[in-house]
Design a protein. Structure first.
Lengths: 255, 232
């Protein structure tokens, strides 16, 4: 009986959570299209997100490309198809690994920080203080973060794609003995604009998901240190699941 | 501004925090709301400020149900200063956000009023003491020239000397600017020092009311036990 009761509570809280999130997104768009636009805050936040994420993005790109080249070689060398490695590296990175890995890393690096910051603001009554200062927290807190991440993600993914391809190039040329010119030529010739753009579109969607989920987790956090911790964990877990889920849907669309 | 609250009720899920609260806040007077920690004092002032909704009851602002809350201001328990902004940007928050650049003179004058040295103008909240944060938060609350100021436990977290200084400051500021003040506290000493009228809340009900200079002569048993158990 207790099991059924708990199961019921779980589903009720799940449905209520989804409902609140949808309402939150609707309110975001409502205030986004009739904004009091804080340009200074938006720009400051974009620069902050951008600069703080570059190292982790570069590392994600270089290691993904290097590992991809090595693993592809292991497989393709079994039926003498090593020449396909540049194609596989660039295609996998631009269409799939670039956006997904960047999304997961940014969710852990930036999403968690957004959720923790906003949850701390809630716990220390700074959100209430915003209301008393006639400042809409959607305009002050949510819009800058959603805009910054949604716009920064395509740039991050482009960087990961480029650095990843260079990682694959380094391993292929200096470890696996590929001809350097041929590798680059194969990469460039094989890549189509659609491959790149499908990854960029995914990046935009993932950026929106991470920022919205993180802001939501922060604003609806519980009280005290436990509330801040839970908000941070929830933001990363929910963003990651939604990234993986929406990645499948988007891949189906662009297949 | 006169504010009247009649039979106010507030629930959080199944927890009935305020059961039956009635009180009157008189214009240009300092009203103190006393009660144990967790009795719903902060919830009450957030409801009056329209930061929270309520289930039942009536709140009348100058006899009307609606009010422009721009006339209100609040000093939060721990200041609630924004960590990413300097003290001056915090104090002049709305003008700073609207990219107005000529707030410096007003901020410096307010800093001087609340006893904050001008050398703290560019400092961040993390770089100053708790007492200085409270002063900066008070300056921020006064920046928009409010008609009513709500003070949520203004001396919490301060040592006795700083508590006295903040209390003196509150009296000075309220008298000088002719503001209606609503202070919530569980500190009897602060209540007697800074208040004109008081209301005592316990178990979600207004249990006692009167003038602050008569607090100690109360005959109400619950309030008496609160006084003896409270800091005094």
């Amino acid at each position: 009986m207790i099991f059924i009761e708990n199961l019921g509570k779980f589903f009720i809280s799940l449905i209520s959570g989804v409902g609140k999130l949808i309402l939150f997104i609707a309110l975001f768009f409502r205030y986004f299209f009739k904004p009091k636009f804080y340009l200074k805050i938006n720009f400051k936040y974009f620069i902050n997100v951008f600069i703080s994420s570059i190292p982790i993005i570069a590392l994600t790109g270089i290691f993904s490309g290097m590992v991809l080249a090595l693993q592809s070689y292991t497989g393709f060398s079994r039926f003498s198809a090593e020449s396909a490695i540049p194609n596989i590296v660039v295609l996998t990175l631009t269409r799939e690994l670039g956006p997904v890995l960047t999304g997961l890393m940014i969710s852990a690096r930036v999403g968690s920080s957004i959720a923790a910051e906003i949850a701390t603001m809630r716990v220390t009554e700074q959100i209430d203080a915003l209301k008393t200062l006639n400042t809409n927290y959607y305009n002050y807190l949510v819009t800058p973060r959603v805009l910054a991440l949604t716009l920064a993600m395509p740039i991050f993914v482009t960087l990961v794609d480029f650095i990843g391809v260079m990682g694959g190039y380094l391993v292929s040329v200096y470890k696996l003995g590929f001809n350097e010119n041929l590798y680059l030529l194969n990469t460039i010739n094989f890549l189509s604009l659609n491959d790149y753009l499908s990854g960029i579109f995914k990046a935009l969607v993932f950026g929106f998901i991470i920022s919205i989920v993180s802001c939501y987790s922060g604003l609806y956090s519980g009280k005290g240190a436990f509330g801040v911790g839970s908000a941070t964990t929830n933001s990363v877990v929910v963003s990651s699941i939604l990234i993986l889920f929406s990645n499948y849907i988007l891949t189906e669309i662009f297949f | 501004m006169n504010i009247e609250i009649r039979n106010l009720q507030k629930k959080f899920n199944d927890n009935e925090v305020l059961k039956d609260i009635s009180l009157k806040i008189e214009k240009n007077k300092s009203t103190i709301i006393l009660g144990q920690s967790g009795c719903g004092k902060s919830v009450l002032i957030k409801i009056i400020y329209q930061l929270l909704n309520y289930e039942k009851g009536t709140i009348l602002y100058e006899g009307k149900k609606n009010i422009d809350i721009d006339k209100f201001s609040m000093l939060f328990q721990y200041g609630a200063l924004f960590d990413s902004l300097s003290l001056s940007e915090n104090i002049a928050f709305t003008d700073y956000m609207d990219n107005k650049i000529n707030y410096s003179k007003k901020v410096k004058s307010l800093m001087s009023d609340v006893g904050l040295d001008i050398s703290n103008y560019h400092r961040y909240p993390a770089e100053v003491s708790g007492g200085m944060k409270k002063r900066a938060a008070l300056a921020r609350a006064l920046y928009k020239n409010p008609k009513v100021i709500f003070l949520d436990e203004p001396t919490t977290g301060l040592d006795p000397i700083n508590s006295d200084l903040i209390n003196d400051l509150i009296i000075k500021v309220i008298k000088k600017r002719k503001i209606t003040a609503v202070t919530i506290t569980h500190d009897i000493k602060s209540a007697i020092k800074t208040g004109d009228n008081f209301y005592f809340i316990d178990k979600g009900i207004t249990q006692e009311e009167g003038r602050c200079d008569n607090i100690l002569s109360t005959k109400n048993k619950i309030f008496k036990s609160f006084i003896t158990g409270a800091r005094y």
